[in-house]
Design a protein around this ligand. Structure first.
Ligand SMILES: N[C@@H](CCC(=O)N[C@@H](CS)C(=O)NCC(=O)O)C(=O)O
Length: 298
């Protein structure tokens, strides 16, 4: 493929979202999210980038509202929700490009994420891709570190703790929650309930340590941070799982701190915009159970 030249600058195509007085105290240097080089030096893209992934900024007018950032993802994908929540909190406009479900992945997705072929992928205007939801969240902080609303704490130890617990959530909590509905046997699903509860008890302790008595894991009362997004993106799946199997996983007696946090997080404007309804996730989980031959009547 011939290297593609981008016309810079592209920052005019950013659009701030929502009510500025809402939960976003400050935004600055949003154009630095697009790091393809100074305006005077058009970026030369590596030949590997598919033309499909590049936004032709030359054809866009100054008032055009097309989002410069795009997310390859899905409405019901929790990892996509994690990345979208970060974009919403930062007040950055983006376009969600729905990736079809199924065994055949799109060429667009495989070009953007050749290593894992998974969603979400954040596409920069020049077509460069950032994969892995937690990496995307951290990229947004790194690309605009002057913004007052950072998703990771400033303190290096706290940053390390946020990263540590994000990995724990992805390695221990999510696989257990997923297996409560999709484990292959009744025994595997029963074990998964125990594992999910055990992970939630551990996270209850982590919330106490990180929040310092504030509303969110971030240690703040207004703005959630990386760790809030890391766990909060799974709340619809958790509530769907409770409803489908008649279970209670997060409640006032088992995990009182997480119970309060889950309600506050779900009520946050960014979460209300992004997180899917429990009904939809219940329906989708039933679809997956049928697809994978999971017989929950046994
Ligand atoms: N560690 C990845 C996990 C992403 C992931 O598992 N995405 C799911 C959708 S929620 C996916 O693409 N599944 C398709 C597949 O595994 O092939 C992240 O944090 O982004």
């Amino acid at each position: 493929m011939t290297p593609t030249r981008l016309a810079a600058p592209v920052s005019h195509s950013f659009k701030l979202l929502g009510d500025p007085a809402e939960e976003r105290p400050a935004r600055s240097a949003l154009s630095s999210l697009i790091s393809s080089g100074p305006a005077s030096q058009p970026a030369v893209l590596p030949a590997a980038i598919s033309d499909d992934l590049v936004i032709d900024t030359e054809t866009m007018t100054a008032g055009e509202t097309k989002a410069a950032l795009r997310v390859l993802g899905g409405e019901l994908s929790p990892f996509t929700a994690r990345a979208r929540l970060a974009l919403e909190l930062r007040g950055v406009a983006y376009e969600l490009l729905d990736e079809p479900l199924g065994p055949r992945k799109s060429d667009r997705l495989l070009a953007a994420n050749p290593v894992y072929g998974k969603i979400p992928v954040l596409l920069l205007p020049d077509g460069r891709a950032i994969c892995e939801s937690a990496v995307i969240v951290q990229y947004l902080d790194d690309a605009d570190s002057d913004c007052l609303l950072l998703l990771l704490p400033q303190d290096p130890y706290e940053r390390a703790m946020h990263r540590f617990w994000t990995v724990y959530i992805d390695d221990k909590f999510w696989p257990a929650l997923d297996a409560v509905s999709l484990g292959p046997t009744p025994a595997a699903r029963a074990q998964a309930v125990e594992d999910a509860r055990a992970a939630l008890r551990v996270l209850e302790g982590a919330f106490g340590d990180r929040s310092g008595g504030a509303a969110f894991f971030s240690g703040g009362d207004a703005a959630p941070g990386l760790l809030d997004l890391a766990l909060g993106c799974f709340l619809p799946a958790l509530r769907a799982c409770e409803r489908l199997h008649g279970l209670s996983l997060v409640d006032a007696s088992a995990t009182p701190l997480l119970d309060g946090w889950s309600r506050r997080f779900a009520a946050h404007p960014a979460a209300r915009r992004v997180l899917p309804d429990t009904d939809k996730v219940v329906e989708f989980t039933r679809f997956l159970q049928a697809k994978f031959g999971v017989d929950v009547s046994k």
